[in-house]
Ligand binder design. Structure first.
Ligand SMILES: O=C(O)CCC(=O)C(=O)O
Ligand SMILES: [Fe+2]
Length: 315
């Protein structure tokens, strides 16, 4: 007699049920495999797209970026000068013959300030900035007004630290700042054919310390393109004295002139003075610092005697 197979409610016997279970498992495994393969492919596509975008950005950016002066070069004894047409910005201001830019451009000089002087000024900046400093990567110390970054805002070092500031800065520090400022003023006057007695130091004039810490406030966002005459008003000539070396003290942090036909960079170097007319013919920015610490001083000049400030001095 043939064995009687047990049948369930739907009328399926155990062999059929087994086959169904196997088919179900196979189907589920197939779906999981497709899902994970689909995800991997999607991830690969996204990665490729990001990679291509980065490659395109870097290639295009380096294609349109020219190094005006590299860190390795030594531009001495004469400055390297690039004249360009002046913008119309100066027409909106009173003209001061012998000073208001008629020749515009940018220049770099390595023979105006020695590396030793730059190192001494860097130590001054370090001492001052270690009293406080921003938490977000960009700190300034303005010896004229006394402004020093402290967390998200600024304090006046002369008021905040009182007499104690004499333990931080010496008369020699301020003398060095004055000497260097005068030499920078002379080279700017020679380059642009000005009467240096008609140029005046103006504010703000400050030490800057930049590292790669993420910005916490707007004051830390030093990298935005800008025009000094628009940002600061009184500036007619801007100079930057670099106190540390691009490539060994820090990476990133090059100075970039943003011309219509491409970017032109100046690589900072201790003792290097980079100077330019402050109007929109010299739109510029600073690249983000990616590693290390970058020190510089912004020393700015005006032609307007009402905007003149005295050299910084100990109280
Ligand atoms: O530090 C620099 O290289 C540039 C700073 C600057 O653009 C400025 O102070 O206006
Ligand atoms: Fe600037």
């Amino acid at each position: 007699m043939a064995p009687v197979r047990q049948r369930n409610a739907k009328g399926l016997n155990s062999t059929e049920i087994g086959r169904k279970i196997k088919r179900g498992n196979a189907l589920r495994q197939g779906t999981a495999w497709w899902t994970s393969r689909g995800l991997t492919t999607l991830l690969l596509v996204i990665l490729c797209m990001c990679g291509s975008a980065t490659w395109l950005y870097v290639t295009l950016d380096s294609d349109i970026t020219e190094t005006l002066v590299s860190q390795r070069e030594n531009v001495s004894p004469e400055p390297r000068v690039y004249f360009i047409q002046c913008s119309e910005d100066y027409e909106n201001y009173k003209r001061y013959p012998g000073c208001t830019p008629q020749k515009c451009g940018r220049a770099v000089a390595d023979g105006v300030v020695t590396r030793e002087e730059a190192q001494a000024l860097k130590r001054l900046a370090e001492r001052g900035l270690q009293l406080a400093g921003s938490e977000g990567g960009a700190s300034i110390l303005d010896l004229h007004s006394g402004a020093l970054s402290m967390g998200p805002q600024f304090v006046n070092i002369y008021r905040y630290f009182g007499e104690q500031i004499q333990d931080v800065f010496t008369q020699e520090d301020f003398q060095l700042y004055r000497d260097v400022r005068k030499r920078i003023q002379t080279v700017i006057a020679e380059t642009f054919g000005l009467d240096q007695t008609l140029m005046y130091l103006t504010k703000p004039t400050f030490f800057s310390r930049i590292n790669s810490t993420i910005a916490k406030t707007q004051h830390d966002e030093y990298w935005h393109p800008h025009i000094d005459k628009v940002t600061y008003g009184s500036f007619d000539y801007t100079s930057l004295l670099y106190l540390s070396d691009y490539g060994s003290d820090f990476t990133g942090g090059r100075f970039v002139f943003m011309d219509q036909n491409g970017n032109k960079t100046v690589e900072p170097k201790a003792g290097r003075v980079s100077y330019f007319s402050s109007g929109s013919e010299n739109l510029h920015r600073v690249e983000k610092v990616t590693w290390g610490t970058r020190y510089a001083i912004t020393v700015s000049f005006t032609c307007d005697p009402t905007q003149a400030i005295a050299d910084p001095a100990l109280p």
